[in-house]
Design a protein around this ligand. Structure first.
Ligand SMILES: Cc1ncc(COP(=O)(O)O)c(C=O)c1O
Length: 475
C-alpha cells in the first residue's frame, strides 16, 4: 500500500487548523483596527504584480505561513480598502466583523442551501431574513425572494421574472422604461434576457435627476400607437450618481393604470427605509412588483450579498423551477422551500447567515443609527461646501451622496480643473473619491455610508480638495 498522508486527503491536524484559524482571525482583527491607517493612494500596476505573483502551478505544497505572508504583502496590500472611513467613491463597502465571522462559518459548514431536505435550517433562516426585508419594505405577506450575489444578479433575476410573468417570455416589441440615471445593471440584465438596446427607453431625467413622469406617459403612448408593447418600468430608489429617488408613488399609479410591471432598483437607497427620512423619500417602494436590494452596500455586509424580492413569491418559482430526474427524491412537500427553484443557482451557499447574525447581534436599531449617520454626514459635507468659497454644490445630499465641483476664480475649463483635483487626490491617498458626469459637468462625488467616518474625516478631505483646487486653478 502506498503511503497516504493526511495532506493527500487535504487535511490538517486539529492543532494546525487552530493555529491557522487564530492567525487568520488576528489578520482580520488587525485590518479592522488599522484600516484607517492604510493609504488610499493608487496600487501596484500590472507589471509589478505579474512579477510578484506569476508562478507555475505548484505541484508541491508550501508552508501556510509563507502563503499568508505573500497574501498580505502582494495581494491585500494591493487592494484599496473599500471599508476605509475615507473611501467615498462609488458605493463603499463598510462591512462588520460579525458578518465576516458568519461568512467563515458559512464556508466552514458548507451548507448546501438549494434544497430543503439537505439543509432545512439554513433555508428557514433565509425565509425568515427575506421576510424581515419584506416587512421593512412594506411588501405584502405573499411576497418572497432570495439572496443572490449582488444588485446586478438581483436585477437580472427580477427582470427575468417580469419577462416570464408579464410576457410569457415573448419579448417581441416589448419595451422597458427607465430614467437616464438608471444603473447599467439594468442594461446588462435586459441584454442577457434577449432584449435589443432600443427596447430599453432611457428617458431624460428632470432637474433633480428623477424620472420625468410626463416623459414616461408620453413614451408609453407613443410606443402603444406605434404597435409596441410597453411592459415594464424600472424606478430608482437612490441612483448611484446622485442618490436621486424617482417619483415612485406616481410611477406606481402609472404602472397600475397601464398594466406595467414596476421594478425598483433599491440597491443603494433601499436600506434607508430603516430611517424616518428614508421612509418619506421611498414612498411607493411597498407597491413594487419586484425590488433589487443590496445588503453588501448600506446594510454593512461583506461581499457578496444582494437580494431580490417579488410581490408574489410564486412568481419566482414559476419563472425558475425545473425538476430534473436527479432531483426527484428531494422535490419536497409544498411547505418545504427549495431555493434552487427561485433563482438561477442550484448549488448555492447560504448567503443569509451574515445578515441574519449581524441583525441579531447588533439589533436593527444599530443599523438604523448607522444609516442615519451616513445621511447626516453627507448633509454635513454639503453644509461645509456651501460655506466654502470656490465650491458649487451640484446636487444636495441625498441618501448619503453629495455632488459638487470647484469653480474658484477660474475662467478656464472647469471640467478639466475638477479632473485635475481628483487626480491630485488619487496621488495624495488621504481620501478616495471619484467623479461622475452630470449633464456634461464633471462632478466630484462623496458617498458617505461608512458609520466609522467622522466629521474630521470630512473636514480633512474638503480641506485637501480646496488646497488642490486653489493651487491647480492658479497654475
Ligand atoms: C443603484 C445600483 N443598482 C445596481 C447596482 C449593481 O449592484 P452590484 O454591484 O452589487 O451587482 C449598483 C452598484 O453599485 C447600484 O448602485
Amino acid at each position: 500500500m502506498t503511503h497516504h498522508s493526511s495532506s493527500d486527503a487535504l487535511q490538517m491536524s486539529s492543532e494546525e487548523m487552530r493555529t491557522l484559524g487564530y492567525q487568520i482571525v488576528d489578520m482580520i482583527v488587525d485590518h479592522f483596527e488599522h484600516v484607517e491607517d492604510i493609504s488610499l493612494a493608487t496600487r501596484a500596476d500590472r507589471r509589478t504584480l505579474e512579477q510578484r505573483l506569476r508562478e507555475p502551478l505548484p505541484e508541491e505544497g508550501s508552508p501556510v505561513e509563507q502563503v499568508l505572508e505573500q497574501l498580505q504583502r502582494d495581494v491585500f496590500a494591493n487592494v484599496v480598502p473599500l471599508d476605509h472611513p475615507r473611501f467615498f467613491a462609488f458605493i463603499p463597502g463598510p462591512n462588520n466583523f460579525v458578518s465576516v465571522m458568519a461568512d467563515a462559518l458559512t464556508s466552514g459548514f458548507n451548507a448546501f442551501a438549494g434544497t430543503w431536505r439537505l439543509a432545512p435550517g439554513t433555508a428557514q433562516v433565509e425565509l425568515v431574513t427575506i421576510d424581515w426585508l419584506r416587512q421593512l419594505c412594506g411588501l405584502p405577506e405573499t411576497a418572497g425572494g432570495l439572496f443572490v450575489g449582488g444588485g446586478s444578479l438581483a436585477t437580472l433575476t427580477a427582470l427575468a421574472t417580469a419577462r416570464h410573468i408579464k410576457l410569457a417570455d415573448n419579448i417581441q416589441d416589448a419595451v422597458v422604461y427607465c430614467s437616464d440615471q438608471t444603473h447599467s445593471a439594468s442594461d446588462r440584465a435586459l441584454k442577457l434576457l434577449g432584449f435589443a438596446p432600443q427596447q430599453l427607453r432611457r428617458l431624460p431625467s428632470d432637474a433633480s435627476f428623477r424620472l420625468s413622469t410626463d416623459a414616461l406617459i408620453r413614451a408609453i403612448e407613443e410606443d402603444r400607437a406605434a404597435g409596441k408593447r410597453p411592459f415594464c418600468v424600472i424606478g430608482n430608489a437612490g441612483t448611484t450618481n446622485t442618490g436621486a429617488v424617482d417619483p415612485l408613488a406616481i410611477m406606481v399609479d402609472i404602472c397600475r393604470a397601464q398594466d406595467l410591471w414596476l421594478h425598483i432598483d433599491a440597491a443603494h437607497g433601499g436600506a434607508a427605509i430603516l430611517t424616518e427620512q428614508g421612509q418619506c423619500l421611498l414612498q411607493g417602494l411597498e407597491l413594487a412588483d419586484s425590488l433589487a436590494l443590496d445588503p453588501h452596500k448600506w446594510l454593512f455586509q461583506p461581499y457578496e450579498i444582494g437580494c431580490v424580492l417579488t410581490r408574489q413569491s410564486r412568481w419566482l418559482y414559476e419563472t425558475f423551477s425545473v425538476l430534473p430526474e436527479i432531483l426527484k427524491d428531494v422535490a419536497g412537500r409544498e411547505e418545504e422551500v427549495n431555493f434552487r427553484d427561485y433563482g438561477i443557482q442550484l448549488t448555492r451557499s447560504t448567503r443569509t447567515l451574515k445578515l441574519w447574525m449581524s441583525l441579531k447581534v447588533f439589533g436593527l436599531a444599530a443599523f438604523r443609527h448607522a444609516i442615519e449617520r451616513g445621511i447626516a454626514l453627507a448633509e454635513y459635507a454639503e453644509t461645509l461646501l456651501r460655506q466654502s468659497p470656490g465650491w458649487e454644490v451640484l446636487t444636495p445630499a441625498q441618501l448619503g451622496i453629495v455632488t459638487f465641483r470647484y469653480v474658484g476664480r477660474s475662467q478656464g475649463d472647469v471640467n478639466a480643473l475638477n479632473q485635475r483635483i481628483l487626480d491630485a487626490m488619487f496621488a495624495d491617498g488621504f481620501a478616495f473619491l471619484t467623479s461622475t458626469l452630470l449633464r456634461g459637468q464633471t462632478a466630484l462625488r462623496l458617498c458617505i455610508i461608512n458609520p466609522r467616518t467622522t466629521e474630521a474625516d470630512i473636514q480633512g478631505t474638503l480641506q485637501r480638495l480646496t488646497q488642490f483646487g486653489e493651487s491647480l486653478s492658479d497654475s
